[in-house]
Design a protein around this ligand. Structure first.
Ligand code: ADP
Ligand code: TPW
Ligand code: MG
Length: 597
């Protein structure tokens, strides 16, 4: 059914034999009267199924064939947040999944809208965030014969390689089971992105209301506990008990698990130093005495027994290999995904379980004094931390003009230090690396960043998802390049009047703003962005407040004012174009030509 959007709405209504007084009334009447008339349709069944499973928010971009679905969801009390690009809607859904442990929902139109959303869905899968992308699709028969339908694409099969699961609903009576399967696939085991294809025909088809209601499924216990084998707990404790230089690494799986109290308890009872991965910062406060973050290279290089809690040994941890790591270290790994074990390095004591169950089993089996890191280990870490704190303080307290990353971040850190409730979204290269090291987090799941892929473009989507799902303020610290990937969502932020402050670290480029065109021609270099761009003026176009700052006191004032207002704001923060380094802190991964440019 490829009627225009308004036509399809009136088709649904006319089935009730009533003219709605206005759109919203009509939709509400349509739902209840449809039932008394004995008829429902795919649109209504999708909304009913989502409501039955306590979906509170849909993030999307409207158009054929899902416009009425968005309208109906809104009319029925699901919050609908309309975006300017599906990538950002998808990112908002993904981060909502991470924060709430329920799948975030992204709604997209067929073919191009679907593909725009797919990057975010793939990113959710890569990061282990539960998300469902629901997309309308065109006529199956025409797609399969490639006869050139409006927005023709075999979406389900396109989605498969990038998702945890991909389903298509071909009959309205299967909507309930399709949504149930999508929810369960998204949140069970290692969470991930799930694609759910709804054909235009399924959405528009009318169906017996009683049978429709009976076809809906309320998912029971979608992410069941995965209890660890007792012997795996014992083995892990034995290994840790024999350690001289133990270390715990907390990853975003540990943050996702929401087992905050037990994780902290285990760390404090054992006295083991811990290192948080970037999105696990704040699980224990960054200023906790056992944090080894400021002695990272020392602890990675010297630990003899390492316990990974919800962290993969991927590139972010140098694959667990020498020279960054000791070649002789033994490993404990807690992960819900059995196939993660031994992925990069042999794991001596795997605990395949959900982290909540694993931590409580560990705490239960742990005897007082059983695990005791050697004093020399703790002292060595403490000394390295002090050295590094001093080095960092020197950089933070310098006051170069123009600002560099450290001096700007010092100002932000000081404003945020008494606002642990604020979410920090962060992307960029230098902007990401410096902010991760300088901005301390004090509460779990408050830092949201480029994650496993190091992807650009999550900024505004994550900020909107966090603000909408939590009702709390968000500060997004963005490289000027990073911001550009989702910058148009400033309009979305202003339209919904969300408490989001965007700080653009404007160094005029990808990595830095002083690169040259080796041809000697007039075009800017590949990494150069507009010099002296005024990003603050963008938000003013939508009624938000723009600030332009060139030194730390101005930045402090602007941020304080923006946070006090609770309104959308953007601070254009001028950073020395020469301050950044190529690829930030991962220049080692950047191949360069040795032959001359
Ligand atoms: P980081 O990037 O912070 O190091 P990763 O995303 O690489 O973290 O790793 C997270 C790991 O946590 C994944 O291997 C995932 O399977 C695991 N995980 C996610 N949720 C849970 C959970 N509830 N219980 C156990 N493991 C989990
Ligand atoms: C989807 C490649 C990594 S970091 C970056 C790009 C384009 C931008 C760095 O500049 P920025 O930060 O944000 O101004 P700063 O402080 O160093 O100047 N496309 C995608 N993802 C990635 N990671 C890239 C390109 C990249
Ligand atoms: Mg930049």
């Amino acid at each position: 059914m490829l009627a225009t959007d308004t036509k399809s709405l009136s088709e649904v209504k006319s089935s009730n034999g009533q003219e709605p007084a206005n759109l919203t009334d009509g939709l509400t009447d349509g739902l209840t009267d449809g039932l008394t008339d004995g008829l429902t349709d795919g649109f209504h069944l999708v909304v009913d199924a989502l409501k039955l499973n306590e979906v509170e928010t849909i993030y999307g971009v409207a158009g054929i064939p899902i416009t009425d679905l968005a309208r109906l969801a809104q009319a029925e009390g699901i919050r609908y947040i309309g975006f300017r690009h599906e990538g950002s809607a998808g990112n908002a859904a993904a981060i909502t999944g991470f924060l709430t442990r329920k799948p975030g929902i992204c709604l997209t139109v067929s073919a191009p809208g679907f593909l725009n959303g797919l990057v975010a869905l793939a990113n959710a899968t890569t990061n282990g965030f539960p998300m469902i992308q629901i997309s309308g699709s065109s006529d199956r028969e025409i797609i399969d014969l490639q006869q050139g339908d409006y927005e023709e694409l075999d979406q389900m099969n396109a989605a498969k390689p990038y998702t945890k699961a991909a389903f298509r609903v071909n009959k309205p009576e299967d909507i309930g089971i399709g949504i149930a399967r999508a929810i369960r696939a998204a949140v069970s085991g290692r969470p991930g992105g799930v694609y759910l294809d709804l054909t235009a025909a399924v959405l528009g088809t009318q169906f017996d209301a009683d049978a429709g209601e009976k076809s809906l499924v309320r998912v029971v216990d979608p992410s069941p506990r995965q209890i660890p084998a007792p012997e795996s707990i014992q083995k892990a404790l034995d290994l840790l008990a024999g350690a001289k230089k133990p270390l715990i690494i907390l990853g975003k799986g540990a943050a996702y698990a929401q087992a905050d109290k037990d994780i902290r308890s285990f760390i404090e009872q054992t006295g083991i130093p811990f290192l948080p991965m970037s999105m696990a910062k704040g699980l224990l406060p960054d200023n906790h005495p056992q944090s080894a973050a400021a002695a990272r290279s020392l602890v990675l290089g010297q630990a003899d027994v390492v316990m990974l809690i919800g962290a993969r040994l991927n590139w972010l941890l140098d694959h667990g290999k020498a020279p960054k790591w000791s070649a002789t270290a033994s490993f404990v790994q807690i992960d819900i995904s059995a196939t993660e074990i031994d992925s990069n390095r042999p794991i001596n004591a795997p605990i395949v379980a959900d982290i909540g169950s694993a931590m409580s089993a560990l705490l239960e089996a742990l005897h007082a004094g059983q695990i005791q890191p050697r004093t020399v280990w703790i002292k060595a870490i403490e000394e390295r931390k002090q050295q590094n704190f001093e080095r960092m303080a020197a950089r933070l307290n310098a006051n170069p003009s123009p600002m560099n990353f450290s001096s700007a971040l010092r100002a932000i850190r000081d404003v945020l230090s008494d606002r642990p409730d604020i979410y920090v979204v962060n992307e960029g290269a230098n902007t990401l690396d410096f902010a991760r090291d300088i901005i301390d987090m004090h509460e779990p799941r408050k830092r949201l960043d480029s994650g496993t892929w190091g992807v650009m473009g999550i900024g505004m989507g994550y900020a909107i998802g966090a603000a909408v799902s939590s009702g709390k303020p968000v500060v997004a610290i963005e490289g000027d390049s990073a911001f550009g990937f989702s910058g148009m969502e400033l309009e979305t932020i202003c339209r919904y009047s969300l408490p989001i402050v965007v700080i653009v670290f404007n160094n005029g480029g990808i990595y830095h703003g002083d690169d040259v065109n080796f041809s000697g021609g007039a075009d800017p270099s590949p990494t150069t962005l507009m010099k002296d761009a005024r990003y603050d003026r963008l938000i003013e176009a939508f009624g938000g407040v723009g600030h332009h700052v060139v030194n730390p006191p101005e930045l402090t004032d602007a941020l304080k004012e923006a946070l006090a207002s609770g309104k959308p704001a953007l601070i254009n923060c001028v950073i020395d174009p020469a301050a950044g380094t190529e690829s930030g802190h991962i220049g080692n991964l950047n191949p360069t030509t040795k032959i001359g440019k």
